[in-house]
Design a protein around this ligand. Structure first.
Ligand code: MN
Ligand code: MN
Length: 308
């Protein structure tokens, strides 16, 4: 099988069955490099629901996605064989069963020697993926985390696992190495100053929109170190300002622009990128697909970060 997007000349982009980037559907045994996987679950959302509809919407909107990255001077779909693996099975009314299914599924993806970009889903879906990655890699990994929120929050309504607590569990379970992990796009308001205690205690490199804007983007990009060990990227679309990404669960004004995010992606130097995800797109709260398009662009930039 040739893992190339369908030709827009043979089937114009508005036509044909929608897969991620018009790529072929594959199974784990097929001979591809990177799998695109939907994780349709939003049972961890505390405010606006709807992220369960994101994978389907991203498939539709990615029909306009193209493969040549002008900044890098290469077509990612020429360099890498990318396929749509379909969706991971979930249980819409049960977090525990969903976590088990996600961890088992991504374990099978990694065992098959594949890398992946997962399209969530709310941010609670990242934790079981990280558990699978940690087990596969055999040591804590470096996390690159785009978000308006720290996602280190305590239990809510007595529930440990929700879309604002994955990063805390990832540190507490030893899934990630906090000191070599970075957060981008953070901003307030917070519930209180003590919200920062956790990241300070564990030495996470938590950076804010101020850190980028006050000293300037170019100076900021130079401060990001190379990632030499196994690395995972989680991209919460609410790192963007609601002007760029209104269709999300918990929007926060004063965020990054899509351009700033592109520049951060292009500045990242990662030796061993194990996997990526994008989360928190809520299509029912989107307008004219503005947020879904930003997700498609982030998936494209993340694909470009994988080595052959
Ligand atoms: Mn998040
Ligand atoms: Mn967030």
């Amino acid at each position: 099988m040739e893992f190339k997007p369908m030709s827009g000349r043979e089937f114009p982009r508005f036509s044909a069955i929608k897969t991620f980037f018009r790529l072929p559907v594959a199974s784990l045994q097929d001979d591809f490099d990177i799998g695109l996987i939907g994780v349709p679950f939003d049972g961890g959302v505390s405010y606006r629901p709807g992220a369960r509809f994101a994978p389907t919407r991203v498939r539709e909107v990615s029909a306009l996605g193209r493969g040549y990255n002008w900044s890098r001077g290469e077509n990612v779909f020429e360099r890498l064989r990318v396929a749509d693996l379909g969706d991971c099975s979930t249980v819409p009314i049960d977090m525990k069963q969903t976590y088990e299914k996600i961890e088992a599924y991504f374990t099978s993806v990694l065992k098959a020697g594949k890398r992946f970009v997962a399209v969530g889903g709310d941010h609670s879906t990242t934790l079981p993926i990280l558990r699978a990655v940690r087990k596969h890699v055999g040591k804590p990994i470096s996390l690159i985390h785009f978000d308006a929120h720290l996602d280190t929050y305590p239990a809510a309504w007595g529930q440990e696992y929700h879309h604002g607590s994955f990063a805390r569990h990832a540190v507490e379970e030893g899934l990630i190495d906090a000191k070599s992990s970075w957060q981008f796009g953070l901003r307030g308001p917070l519930a209180g100053g003590e919200d920062l205690d956790f990241v300070k205690k564990h030495g996470l490199n938590s950076t804010t929109v101020d850190d980028i804007r006050i000293g300037g983007l170019e100076a900021f990009l130079k401060k990001i170190p190379a990632f030499d060990g196994p690395t995972y990227i989680t991209y919460d679309i609410d790192c963007l300002d609601p002007a760029y990404a209104p269709g999300t669960g918990t929007p926060v004004p004063g965020g990054l622009t899509t351009y700033e995010v592109q520049r951060i992606f292009r500045a990242l130097k990662i030796k061993n990128l194990v996997g990526c995800d994008t989360v928190e797109l809520s299509p029912p709260y989107d307008h004219v697909d503005i947020t879904a398009m930003a997700v498609v662009d982030a998936v494209f930039e993340m694909l470009c970060l994988f080595k052959k």
